[in-house]
Design a protein around this ligand. Structure first.
Ligand code: HEC
Ligand code: HEC
Length: 302
């Protein structure tokens, strides 16, 4: 695909390239025919270090031929491949086309390896040693940088080995998450809760739900304010997979715990994103990888 928006720039670039190549030949020709004024002994008269005289000999033939070959090479290359402005070259080669062809080749090569896992139930894939070896390698390449090589995650990056999920946590959910990514959105809630004191109170109430250290008086005062949170986290705070709102009663904290961390959650909300991986992995790979991830928290045994 050409990025030129007008023919002028195409001609400008193509012309400049061609003129530069031809200029190389002209330079070669001029330097081969014009001789600098020399003394009778074929020296230029420049002498260094007492006796080091500069001779005026023609360029060696092998060097001249090499130069001519590079010019011919440039012209042939320019005729075959995109070189001159938007002229595509007679081979019609594009980097995009080469990439597509390479991807197709790889997909054709790996398809038979994955074929036997297509349509297999996740429990069976998770119990298959070969599938799990493939899953582990895919995980190390595509997931470990965010979820950790042991898949236990980090602050704001979920642990994938526990039973605690933002969504439903079944195989279809994991598959969809890998392919399409996900966005965990909680709007800033401070205005709905009240002033800064109310935010601290509701934070202590949230801590009390999991029996985490908290200020009991503040928690009692914050209980009522939790009504603003119930639409997503549920009246009992146990979360709602359908909106991706986590369980606040289990003592598992994706974004950290303590009055300060929870007040920050209420004040700022979240916009936590996992990028879609569908452009990097095909369906068959995602199927095996999802089974590998599913298997980490659903130990089946062989
Ligand atoms: C660039 C970082 C990044 C990469 C790479 C990444 N993830 Fe994620 N992943 C996240 C974040 C952040 C979340 C949490 C999103 C949210 O809060 O909704 C997440 C969420 C998930 C969830 C849902 C967890 C839950 O508790 O519901 C699954 C499953 C998951 N990732 C699997 C994977 C797999 C498998 C890969 C490799 C193909 C992967 N992720 C690659 C950042 C990443
Ligand atoms: C519109 C829905 C919605 C409302 C209303 C809402 N939340 Fe959330 N909340 C979420 C979602 C979704 C997440 C998960 C963000 C993510 O995926 O990273 C979350 C995450 C959290 C977390 C982080 C949990 C952890 O594991 O670290 C806390 C704490 C929290 N919410 C507290 C509250 C409180 C307190 C209120 C009420 C003042 C509230 N939320 C209201 C949707 C909501």
């Amino acid at each position: 695909m050409s990025d030129f928006t007008s023919d002028f720039w195409h001609l400008y670039v193509a012309g400049l390239t061609l003129v530069s190549i031809i200029a190389c030949l002209i330079l070669l020709w001029i330097s081969g025919t014009t001789k600098a004024a020399t003394h009778a002994d074929n020296t230029t008269g420049h002498v260094w270090d007492g006796d080091l005289a500069e001779m005026n000999n023609p360029l060696p033939k092998w060097w001249v031929y090499l130069f001519i070959i590079t010019v011919i090479f440039a012209l042939v290359y320019g005729a075959l491949y995109p070189t001159f402005g938007k002229f595509q070259g007679v081979l019609g080669w594009t980097s995009q086309g080469q990439h597509t062809a390479e991807v197709e080749k790889v997909e054709a090569a790996i398809a038979p390896i994955y074929a036997k896992f297509n349509g297999m139930p996740p429990e069976k894939i998770a119990a298959d040693a070969e599938a799990m070896a493939i899953g582990e390698r895919l995980f190390m390449n595509y997931c470990a940088q965010c979820h950790g090589s042991d898949a236990r995650g980090a602050k704001s990056f979920p642990n994938l080995t526990d039973q605690d999920w933002l969504g439903s946590g079944d195989h279809a959910y994991i598959k969809a998450t890998i392919g399409q990514g996900r966005v965990g959105v909680m709007p800033p809630m401070a205005a709905a809760v009240g002033g800064p004191e109310d935010v601290r109170n509701v934070a202590n109430y949230v801590l009390s739900l999991s029996g985490s250290p908290h200020d009991a008086v503040r928690a009692t005062q914050g209980k009522e304010k939790f009504a603003a949170c119930a639409a997503c986290h549920g009246a009992d705070g146990k979360g709602m997979a359908a909106v991706g709102a986590p369980n606040l009663t289990d003592g598992i904290w994706l974004h950290g715990w303590g009055e300060e961390a929870i007040a920050r959650a209420v004040n700022n909300g979240f916009n936590n994103q996992m990028p879609a991986q569908a452009a990097l992995l095909n369906d068959a790979q995602i199927n095996v990888l999802a089974s590998y991830v599913w298997g980490m928290s659903n130990k089946t045994g062989n």
